[in-house]
Each structure stands twice: as structure tokens, then as C-alpha cells.
Write a protein that binds this ligand. Structure first.
Ligand code: NAD
Length: 258
């Protein structure tokens, strides 16, 4: 591989084909739309891809089920004419200490958040190897490194995504496949909306949550999508094995969202 000059066109993704898991909502849907707006052909893989309307192509699959991933990735690659960009974003939350979740719940969450990344990557790699601009971006979390209370299982799952990102970056660097991740803080998505809805006073809880953030506000899905698009695109051609924090300063300022 030879070095390349960064140009003003590097935010553009014309001619590239992207697959976004968990692209039916939140960060994934926002990312899919941004990649498409920058010129990529984009497929979404989700349990419920209905919100991924044209120009996005929706494919129904459960990242916890290898057969459905293999089928959906093959169909998406055929529909797009290949895969240059894989965004492993599908994920679920889990609350509690190690005493609060039983083995079945650990296996369920790790089966989605960790093995989901493995399955989709495995299915997409043959297509990525055919690309001259191959890139994988995983959605990690500040939880991987922050030591958050009441998030043992979720933190372990995202710690594994961080480790996988580094290992995959090493394994595939000589094949020209870059692997990075974003580590969002608290992002204003339907997921957070569902958590807030459980509070006695969701509006007050939302205000309190915002007040605990270094910037006094939640991160937006647009801001995470912009980071993913950067890592996925040609402007990041020399960037691999990196975790990009999009957390309003939480990690950089050594703060914890408690
Ligand atoms: P979201 O709930 O709005 O969207 C998640 C999407 O993933 C949904 O469309 C859902 O259907 C899909 N999905 C869930 N399980 C799936 C499965 N088994 N197979 C296929 N699709 C599945 O959530 P979000 O906030 O956009 O979160 C997206 C990612 O960002 C997750 O990996 C999450 O861990 C990560 N993240 C979120 C935040 C946050 O504060 N919202 C912070 C850090 C990291």
C-alpha cells in the first residue's frame, strides 16, 4: 500500500458500499443516512429495518443467529455489488452488578454485543477483501474503560468489542482492511429514551442526566455518525486500531457518568 494525499473529497463516499448493523434506529440509522448522503450505497441489517427507507436497503437479521447473518450479509453484498464499509453497531444494554444477571442473560447479551460483531465480520470479510477501500467501524462505548457502576455485563461486552477492534486491526492490516471503533458517551437515541421513560419524572431525569455530562448535554447521534463516517472513509486511510471517543469529554477529562 502506498501513502495517499488527503483531499477535500475525503468526506465523500461515492462509489463505496456500506453495511450497517443495528441500522434500524438511533446511531445506526443516523449513520446509514449520513453515509448515503455522502454518496455511499448503504444496506442496513437489523431485527427491524423498517425505518431504513430508500435509498437505504433494509435486510432483516438477528446478529445473535449466525445463519440469519450469513444470509443477510450475502443478500446485502449482492444487492450493493460488494461491501467496502462494515459498521458493527447492533447492540443492547444490560443493567446490574455481576450478581444481578444470571448466566443466560450474560450469554444473551454477549451473544449480541460481542459475537454479533464476530459473526457479521466473518460473513463480510470475503467481500471486504475484494475492496480497495475496506474498513470496519465497531460501535464500542465509554463503558469499556470507564468502570461504570451497575453495568458489569454491558461493560464487559464493550470491553470485548474494544479488544476485538485492536485484534482485528492487527490481523487484517496487511490485507488493507482498517478496523477502528467509536466510543460514545451518553447518546440521545431511542435507547436512552426508553431508559428515561422508566423514571418517575422522565423530563427531570433527562435534565439531571444532561447536567452530569461534562458539556451539560447529551451527545447526539449525528455526532457519533460523523465520527463513524470519518473512520470509515478515505480521509482516515492511515487510521487503524483506534478508539475514537465521542463522549463530550468524559474520558479525556477523566470523569465518570455516575
Ligand atoms: P437503539 O436501541 O436506538 O438502536 C439499536 C438497533 O440495534 C435497533 O434498531 C435494534 O433493532 C438493533 N438490534 C438490537 N439487537 C439486534 C440484533 N440481535 N440483531 C440485529 N439488530 C439488533 O440503540 P443506540 O443507542 O442507537 O445504540 C447503538 C449502539 O450504540 C449499540 O451498540 C450501543 O451499545 C452503542 N452505544 C449507545 C450509547 C447510547 O448512549 N445510546 C452509548 C454508547 C454506545
Amino acid at each position: 500500500m502506498s501513502a495517499r494525499t488527503v483531499t477535500s473529497h475525503d468526506a465523500e463516499l461515492h462509489g463505496l458500499k456500506a453495511l450497517v448493523t443495528g441500522g434500524g434506529s438511533g446511531i445506526g440509522l443516523t449513520t446509514a443516512r449520513l453515509l448515503a448522503a455522502r454518496g455511499a450505497a448503504v444496506a442496513v441489517l437489523d431485527l427491524a429495518p423498517d425505518a431504513a427507507t430508500a435509498p437505504l436497503r433494509g435486510y432483516t437479521a438477528d446478529v445473535a443467529d449466525d445463519a440469519s447473518v450469513v444470509t443477510a450479509v450475502a443478500e446485502a453484498a449482492a444487492g450493493l455489488g460488494g461491501i467496502d464499509i462494515l459498521v458493527n453497531n447492533a447492540g443492547i444494554g444490560a443493567i446490574g452488578t455481576v450478581e444481578d444477571n444470571d448466566d443466560a442473560e450474560w450469554e444473551r447479551v454477549l451473544g449480541i454485543n460481542v459475537l454479533g460483531v464476530v459473526r457479521t465480520t466473518r460473513a463480510a470479510l470475503p467481500h471486504l477483501r475484494e475492496s480497495a477501500h475496506a474498513s470496519i467501524v465497531n460501535t464500542c462505548s465509554i463503558a469499556a474503560t470507564a468502570g461504570l457502576p451497575q453495568r458489569a455485563l454491558y461493560s464487559a461486552s464493550k470491553g470485548a468489542v474494544l479488544s476485538l477492534t485492536l485484534a482485528m486491526a492487527a490481523d487484517h492490516v496487511r490485507e488493507g482492511i482498517r478496523v477502528n471503533c467509536v466510543s460514545p458517551g451518553t447518546v440521545d437515541t431511542p435507547w436512552v429514551g426508553r431508559l428515561l421513560a422508566q423514571a418517575a419524572d422522565p423530563a427531570a431525569e433527562r435534565a439531571a442526566l444532561a447536567a452530569r455530562q461534562p458539556m451539560g448535554r447529551l451527545v447526539t447521534a449525528d455526532e457519533v455518525a460523523a465520527a463513524i463516517a470519518y473512520l470509515a472513509g478515505p480521509g482516515a486511510a492511515s487510521v487503524t486500531g483506534t478508539a475514537l471517543a465521542v463522549d463530550g469529554g468524559m474520558q479525556g477529562l477523566r470523569l465518570r457518568p455516575v
